[in-house]
Every structure is written in C-alpha cells, then in structure tokens.
Design a protein. Structure first.
Length: 582
C-alpha cells in the first residue's frame, strides 16, 4: 500500500514544542510521530506507530532466535504477588497504585518478575521442564519523578521484558550470555552506537548485571571510557590500578606536628607549606580518613568503618556502596562521634582506628612504602611521613575514591574520559530472590525439590526510538536507519504537470509492487514544503520526480549523507530496489 501524504493522518509542525529540550523530543513531535497527552504520556500517530512496530519486530526476531517464547501478561495487577516479595512497599512512589470498586488494591505493572515467576510455578514443576525463557512486549507504568524528553522517560512506555528460569547457576549464566548476544545483535540492527557497562564492580560477582547505554550527550547515565581502547564502565565499576609497593628502609620517621585550625585538606596543605619544614606538599600527599558505618543485610548492628583516600580526592559514596554491597552504608551522625570519643573529628588517623578495632580500608593507591600526612588523632595535630606497611597496616583496599577524567584506564590503555548515555537495555542475574519468595521449585531427578534461579532482562522499546533519533538527526530533521524507518522511499512530486504526476505515480506503484515501502507526497502544496517535510520525516531515501522527467531523469537523495544522484527514470525502480535490499 502506498502511503499518500494527501490522506496520511499527519500534520508536521514548523516550530519546536515549547516543552521540548532535546532533539529527539522536538523532532518526533514536529514530524508528527507522537503527541503529548499528559506529562510522560504520549499517543503514537501513524508514522510513530510504524517505527514502534518495526522495533518490536526486530526485538521479537532476536528474542525468538535465542529460544525465548512470547507471552502476554496483564498490566493491571493485584497487589498480592508484589506483597509476597515486599515490592508493594519497596518500590516506593514510582509504582502506580489504584483501587477497584470493592476497595481492593491494584497496581499498574512497572516490571513483572513476580507474575512471570508465578506463571511458571503454575505450569511447570519438574526438572525436565527447565530451562525456559519467557518474554513479553508490553506497556509499563512508572510514576517517574521527572518524566523527561518525551518518550525517552515516559510514565507509560513500552518495554520488552524477559525472564529466564534455570535449575542452577551455570544454566543462569548461559541464559544471561544468550540475552547478552541477542541484545548485541538487536542494538546493532537498529544502528545504534552503544557501550556495555558493568553495573557494578567485582564485589557483586562481576557480570551479574550489565547495562547497554546508547551514547548520547542528552543521556542521564554517566559512564567513563578509555581514550584509546574500547574500555567502558559505570563509574561504580572502575577498578583503580594499584602502584607497585615501594621500599620502606630509607624513609624518614613519622613525626607529629602541631597544626592549629587545619580541619580541611586545603587548610592543612596551606599550613604545611607556610611552615618551616622546607618541603612542598600537595593535597595528594595527604591521607583523608572518612568514617562511615555499615550494616550487613538481615542484621541490626551498625559497624564503624574507616576509609582512607588520597586527600586530593573525595569519597564517592555510590562507589563505596557498590564496593561494600550488599551491606548498607551510612554517614556518621553527631551521636556516633559522641559514642566514640577516640574519633577526633577532622584529625582522624589510622592509628586510633586500628587501636580501637575499627576496620580500616584504603584506596588502592595507598600501598606499602607510601608516606602520608594524616590526622594524629588529636585536635589540631597531624602526623607527617606516616608510612603504609611500617606505621600502619590497613585491613584491605576499597574502591571509594572518586573517578576523574585523566585517570589511567583500568585496562592500561589510555586515560579515562566521562561520557553520557541513555540506558536502552539491562540484563541482570537475579538469582533466587523472587523464586524464594514464592517457593518456585522443580522436582529434581533425585525426587528432591530444587529452587529455580532467575534472570531478568529489559529493553526500552519505546525509548529506543528516542535514542535512535538522538543519534541520527540533523538540523533539518530525522534520519532513520532503514530497518526502523517508517518507509523506504519518500517520493516527492515536484511539479504541477500531469506528466510529472503520472510519472511519479507510476514509479511509486512499481516500487510498491516490488515490496518497497513508499510514501508519496501527492499534496497540492509547493515543492519547498514537500522537501522540508521529507527531510523532517527522515525516510532514508528521497526520490524527487520533477522537471527532469521531461529529459528522462529523476533525482535520488540519500537522507543521511545528503548525496544526490541523477538516475534515468526508466531504471529508477531497479536502482531503488537495489538500495532498499542493500
Ligand atoms: P532508568 O535508570 O533509566 O530509570 P531503569 O534501570 O529503572 O531505567 P529497568 O528497570 O532496567 O529501568 O527497565 C528496563 C529498561 O526499560 C531500561 O533499560 C530502559 O531502557 C527502559 N525504561 C525504564 N524506564 C523507562 C521510562 N520511564 N521510559 C522509557 N523507558 C524506560
Ligand atoms: Mg536498569
């Protein structure tokens, strides 16, 4: 079917919508793909729906290819399964909750681990049934605090969510690996530039969770990458390269100095440099000791923890949390200092921590043989030349210091630079959290029940459209990669003559017959308006049928590169079919 602009339900806009800040949002609205209904809630118009359907098709093909089976669960869900896993409470204000006429509690599903686990439990019970991977492409609801950038962060959005069910960890690893590969194929097919970043560092088991981030300056996720290699990681997952230990023998002895009014690194460094020691110090020569408290899951007791980082760096609490997970981390309150009078606020040193049995972890740069200026555990006093491995021995290292641009890349190649991305996919080895909650077991070969282990894997299907638009557009409009484009060829009738119109109609009809998806601009508006709309809509190939037809030529324009080619009208169909089939 030829799509005729004269009847297509489409009104393009010349002006950017007032609420739009990022290019994808502006262009998707201006080109008539989506329309806003309420914050984070959008309608799909014909062209937008085509792109959405194309993406869904690609996602389905790649999911089916790894043996996943599509099902469809309701979006309107009863509270009970989410109570069993405690997410009815834990999920917080992002969950849309509602009541039915009898006062029963319901929610609009933000993600479906509970229901998938329950569905499998309802059907399967033998080890022979496993493994199984199920998925759905479904509308999800999250009452996002800040819906943003149109369909990029919606409150209603389309997600592909899949869940794997395996009997053991190796099986889960295999299901995870298959998803990872399916995602790579799928994001390659939709033409995105993206990175895969470990969500957390080794502490949680390395590749237990990875995110796929489409590179984009408008993205909300920050990651770091090497200036020279393909290394990319979440800041939480960056491992600091440790220098070689140094010899201790000839280092000067540690000496305590009276350093009045120097509770900060800056005041300390200024004081030392103005003193008569005759040495120059920088913040990097100081060791800053930050006190936090941690609590293991399932316990009530908080435990003090000292964290030592070079004084030119801050403790990045998110990195610290990721490194210490699953333990909770909290900052000390005044009461904690009162309870532990050996903590000389602003002047804490390794010595009193270790004397008082406080666990002390340091940045990996604090190796044996490094000498530091640090607190002397007495107000207004610091110790100079306190040597690691001689004067103090940390209990281990921790990734807590902030990561900076220019830091060496953990793979040894190049330095790190910060970049931004849009999270388009997330793969996650969940383990038994949900199957424990509902006792999802398979009867093993030995007749004993075996707890099933689960993975959960998401793709932001509607968000992908915004991510692609962010990466492929120019000042004139959208430029879709062919597989997701709403059509293959946008035929512009650029002339009023009947012969031009007839010629264009004939070519459009032949293209359509050859299976090429055609938009035909047959409106009675000026060629300028038609060209502007063709650029805005962003179909990958634009065919201009105009005055040249009298000489037997038409013009083919590549939307992405802007390259124009004159082609004989007689061979235009063959030429275009060739382009489309690649
Ligand atoms: P984000 O950190 O962006 O809020 P998330 O980590 O909460 O996302 P997941 O629970 O991992 O999201 O959901 C799987 C995928 O669904 C995400 O990778 C993302 O592509 C997509 N997604 C999540 N929230 C939204 C939203 N509000 N609008 C559109 N897509 C979303
Ligand atoms: Mg996520």
């Amino acid at each position: 079917m030829i799509t005729r602009m004269s009847t297509l339900f489409l009104r393009t806009l010349r002006e950017d919508p007032a609420d739009a800040e990022v290019p994808s949002h502006k262009l998707l609205v201006r080109a008539g793909y989506v329309r806003r209904v309420a914050p984070g809630i959008y309608s799909w118009l014909p062209l937008g729906l085509r792109v959405l359907r194309n993406i869904e098709r690609i996602v389905r093909e790649e999911m089916d290819a790894i043996g996943a089976q599509e099902i469809h669960l309701p979006a309107l869900l009863p509270k009970e399964p989410y109570e069993q896993t405690n997410r009815w409470t834990e999920y917080g204000p992002n969950m849309f909750r509602l009541k039915d006429r009898k006062g029963g509690d319901y929610l609009l599903g933000p993600t479906h681990e509970e229901l998938f686990a329950q569905t499998v439990k309802g059907e399967y019970n033998s080890y022979r049934d496993f493994p199984v991977i199920l998925y759905q492409i479904q509308t999800k609801y999250r009452d996002e605090e800040r819906p943003r950038a149109g369909i990029l962060r919606g409150r209603e959005f389309v997600m592909k969510d899949s869940y794997s069910f395996d009997l053991d960890d190796e099986g889960l690893g295999e299901s995870y690996r298959r998803h990872r590969e399916a995602y790579i194929r799928l994001f390659d097919r939709v033409g995105l530039r993206y990175v895969i970043v470990a969500a957390e560092s080794g502490a949680m088991g390395g590749s237990a969770s990875e995110e796929f981030l489409a590179e984009s300056t408008t993205g909300e996720d920050t990651f770091v990458r090497s200036t020279e290699s393909g290394f990319a990681a979440n800041v939480e997952a960056v491992v600091t390269p440790a220098p070689e230990p140094k010899p201790i023998e000839d280092l000067p002895a540690a000496e305590v100095h009276h350093t009045p009014d120097t509770p900060t690194i800056e005041t300390l460094v200024d004081f030392l440099n103005a003193s008569e020691m005759g040495r120059t110090f920088t913040a990097a020569d100081t060791l800053k000791n930050v006190l936090v408290k941690t609590r293991q899951p399932g316990t009530r007791e908080w435990e003090l923890l000292g964290v030592g980082v070079p004084g030119d760096r801050e403790v990045d609490i998110k990195r610290l949390e990721a490194a210490l997970g699953p333990a909770e981390v909290a900052l000390l309150e005044e009461a904690d200092f009162a309870d532990n009078p050996f903590l000389a606020k602003g002047y804490i040193g390794p010595k009193s921590l270790q004397d008082n049995g406080v666990r002390y972890l340091v940045d990996p740069r604090v190796v044996t043989g490094t000498a530091w200026v640090t607190g002397a555990d007495k107000t207004d006093h610091h110790v100079v030349d306190l040597v690691c491995g001689r004067d103090f021995t940390p209990d281990g290292t921790v990734e807590a210091a902030d990561v900076r641009e220019g830091d060496p890349s953990p793979d040894g190649q190049g330095t790190l630079e910060a970049a931004r991305g849009i999270e388009i996919g997330h793969i996650f080895q969940l383990g038994r959290k949900y199957t424990d909650a509902i006792s999802l077991d398979a009867l093993g070969q030995d007749g004993k029940p075996q707890r099933v282990t689960m993975g959960s894997y998401g793709v932001g299907v509607s968000r992908l459209i915004a991510a692609i638009a962010e990466q492929s557009h120019d000042e004139l409009g959208l430029c879709w990669p062919r597989e997701v484009a709403p059509a293959d060829v946008h035929v512009v009738i650029a002339g009023k003559d009947d012969s031009v119109r007839d010629g264009a109609e004939r070519i459009a009809a032949e293209l359509d017959e050859a299976g090429v998806r055609v938009i035909l601009d047959d409106r009675g508006v000026s060629p300028g308006v038609k060209f502007a709309d063709a650029e805005l809509v962003g179909v990958p190939t634009i065919l201009v049928v105009g005055k040249g037809l009298a000489k037997g030529v038409v013009e083919v324009k590549d939307r992405a590169t802007g390259e124009r080619t004159e082609v004989a009208a007689d061979s235009a169909v063959g030429h275009l079919v060739g382009l489309v089939r690649g």
